[in-house]
Design a protein around this ligand. Structure first.
Ligand SMILES: Nc1nc2c(c(=O)[nH]1)N[C@H]1C(S)=C(S)[C@@H](COP(=O)(O)O)O[C@H]1N2
Ligand SMILES: [Mo]
Length: 213
């Protein structure tokens, strides 16, 4: 069978390259590869919760129903995986930490400078608080109008990507968003997450090609 993806893929890659949106060492994919360590966890809406703790004025716990009442946001981003695939113009929908803080639903203490995303099975990913507060970070429930499939993080994942034209935003590789996200820990000091402890670069800037530590 002929592979009709090939010509489209090359044309699209040329286009985003010409637009300055293809980071060094990356290739465009029209697919959505699945990458993670360990099994896909089950989801039970009756017992699922989302917790916020650490350097915050008041700890929070939201059930799945409560989480779905939080204010919603949408962003279009390019995502760049450290394994060298990039996916362009993806629409993400979910909850913005910046908006939760503006509405005082989360109240970080003055000493809070880093945020750990905690996911099922003890998986964790760290980011500076300033990155979590950027327009390109979301607690996401949907991609391109659909809820995630279980292997992409259903029901909730962190996501951070590149917003075209926003060179002011720190843009780390895609692993800096945890699938099957269950909570955020606000921290005074940085701590390495799962892949950072395994030798991946802590700041992970896609434009500087910071892949490994
Ligand atoms: N819970 C969890 N989230 C995770 C990971 C993981 O192992 N566990 N791997 C990360 C890595 S290395 C990548 S590249 C992306 C892949 O997301 P995808 O499978 O939706 O493409 O998820 C990130 N989030
Ligand atoms: Mo990855």
């Amino acid at each position: 069978m002929p592979d009709f993806e090939v010509p489209d893929r090359c044309q699209e890659e040329e286009r985003v390259h010409a637009e300055g949106r293809l980071p060094p060492g990356q290739a465009l994919t029209l697919k959505f590869p699945v990458l993670h360590y360990g099994p896909v966890p089950p989801f039970n809406p009756a017992t699922w919760d989302f917790r916020v703790w650490g350097e915050v004025g008041k700890e929070s716990r939201w059930t799945w129903d409560e989480f779905n009442q939080l204010p919603r946001a949408k962003i279009v981003m390019d995502i760049h995986c450290v394994t060298r695939w990039s996916k362009f113009d993806t629409l993400w929908e979910g909850v913005s930490v910046k908006i939760l803080i503006a509405q005082r639903l989360i109240q970080p203490l003055p000493g809070a400078r880093f945020v750990m995303q905690h996911a099922e099975f003890g998986f964790s990913v760290n980011l500076p608080l300033e990155a979590v507060l950027q327009d390109n970070f979301l607690l996401a429930t949907h991609i391109n109008g659909e809820p995630f499939t279980p292997d992409h993080g259903y029901p909730l994942r962190g996501v951070i990507g590149a917003i075209p034209g926003r060179a002011d935003l720190q843009t780390p590789y895609f692993w800096k968003g945890a699938k099957w996200l269950r909570g955020l820990e606000f921290m005074r000091q940085d701590r390495l997450g799962f892949w950072e402890k395994a030798g991946y670069n802590n700041s992970a800037d896609v434009w500087k090609e910071e892949r490994f530590a």
